[in-house]
Design a protein around this ligand. Sequence first.
Ligand SMILES: [Zn+2]
Length: 246
Amino acid sequence: MNALADLGAVAAAAGLMAGGYAYAANWPTSQIFGRTLIAGPNDTGSTHAVALTYDDGPSPRNTPALLDLLAEHNVTATFFLIGEHVRKHPELARRVAAAGHVIGNHTSMHPNLAKKNKARVREELTRCQQTIEDTIGVKPVLFRPPYGARTRSVLRTARVLGLTPVMWNVTAHDWDPIGVPAILSRIDKGMAYNRSRGKASNILLHDASHLDGAEPASRADTITVTRTLLQRPALRFTTPLEWLGT
Ligand SMILES: [Zn+2]
């Protein structure tokens, strides 16, 4: 273990003792809890490479409009689907895949995996994987932990199942009722920071809520923000698959 890793372990231990566990576990770019894929290098030209990633879907309230919008701009995005929502909306899940988007595993029931035992973690990942394979006919290779909550054990289990854990480096907070300008401001700040460090941006967005029941949450702001981003000529849209191995 090198000095930096030691420092990380000390910081993690201090965080645990100080009750900072949730922060450390959810800090999206932290590698303290194991290696995750975040983003590759930025483009060498004037464009900024951006992955639009949507969690918690599919949602009959939002996903169709989002798919139409992405299709208008011929952009491929990434959807981390919840198994339970795929089981409820199989046709919609198939539509997401048929449009050419990358399908990722976001667990079967969206628990905080850092608080579950190994058997439950494995069940959450395999059940979501099976649902997606049976319903959509694709086998995901990417996995995003709910709430970004992870441990070394969770990440190891994912890798054993052939899944690369994917975090993000721009938190849009589009699940908070903060409005379009505030969401865009967060995204712009995040992208500027990543660009200044020669990094691409991996933006966390939501086309659904993990709490969706009979009355699915509206993600109208997410769709408006997406439309704004798609109209920016300086952005090049990609997916985390491009960054595998970087
Ligand atoms: Zn989620």
